[in-house]
Design a protein around this ligand. Structure first.
Ligand SMILES: [Mn+2]
Length: 294
């Protein structure tokens, strides 16, 4: 039997399943090494933008199956939508069993307020974000609308949508400034709203930093990504830490045997017939009970 690391909350983001850049095997190894109470998927997990390329290998399916296995084992799964999976925003507020879909999330962690959102809200204008930050929660909502408007317009004109993370990745001029602004503005809004922790993804820059300004302080956290950094955030014993796959080789876990031997069609079946299986089990139980009653 393998011993797994218990964590209260694990946060991953920017997995980009369905793209060539995604290191699904690393992620699978990580997910197999932990036993979380809650798993927060902070956006850009499935890259729906890239779906037309029809790239979705076995290892990517395994990640989805692993997440569903977590859910059936009783782990709370919160899927926070990102910009690459914003099609899911239509389903915000939906809960299916242990899995819920939201656009942002506020949790009380041992008496401290934690605010989770993906972070693409700052894409269109980090400059406007600075003064909108002063509007607190309203600023965030206004930015969401602004983003939607601009991307809708770009798409209508047949242009590529605006992507801050792409700019950062391509190392364009000013990328460092973008990152700095992103972290600073996020922290400012969080302080304005009285959040002790603000947890984002999107810019693929893992970070854990206490940020102070004249109005107060907050801990800014970023879960990084599974394209280049292979990082996650973990909350346990009232504190946060960054898990780094490349450095924290504490547990040489491998993909679980059961999944190892599964063929593509088995994996797809396993993902799609979970509900049916549950029903079967229930029916079996009922039959058994009947027998006993007789
Ligand atoms: Mn993103």
């Amino acid at each position: 039997m393998k011993i797994k690391r218990k964590v209260e909350i694990a946060v991953i983001s920017d997995v980009h399943l369905g793209t060539y850049g995604c290191h699904a095997k690393h992620l699978l190894t990580y997910l197999n090494s932990i036993e979380p109470k809650k798993l927060i998927l902070n956006g850009d997990i499935i890259d729906i933008w890239q779906f037309s390329k029809r790239y979705f290998p076995k290892s990517h399916l395994k990640v989805i199956k692993k997440i569903m296995d977590f859910a059936s084992e009783g782990v709370d799964i919160v899927y926070i939508t990102g910009n690459h999976d914003e099609m899911l925003r239509k389903f915000s507020g939906t809960t299916i069993g242990k899995i819920s879909i939201v656009d942002k999330l506020v949790l009380n962690l041992d008496g401290k307020k934690a605010w989770f959102f993906h972070g693409d809200v700052f894409d269109v204008s980090i400059q406007n974000a600075k003064w909108l930050a002063k509007l607190g929660g309203w600023g965030y909502d206004l930015l969401t609308l602004l983003n939607r408007g601009v991307n809708w317009y770009l798409e209508k004109r047949g242009k590529e949508r605006y992507s801050l993370s792409k700019k950062v990745k391509n190392g364009v001029k000013g990328a460092i400034k973008y990152i700095n602004d992103f972290e600073k503005v996020t922290a400012e809004i969080a302080i304005e709203n009285g959040y002790d922790y603000v947890i984002c993804g999107h810019i693929h820059q893992p970070k854990l930093e206490l940020i102070e300004n004249k109005n107060g302080q907050t801990t800014y956290l970023n879960s990084g990504d599974w394209v280049e950094n292979f990082t996650a955030l973990e909350y346990q014993f009232k504190r946060w830490k960054i898990y780094n796959f490349n450095k924290d080789k504490l547990a040489p876990f491998v993909v679980e045997n059961e999944m190892d031997n599964m063929e593509m069609q088995d994996l797809i079946a396993a993902i799609t017939i979970v509900e049916q299986e549950k029903k079967k089990k229930k029916d079996k139980k009922k039959k058994k009970k009947k027998k006993l009653d007789n």
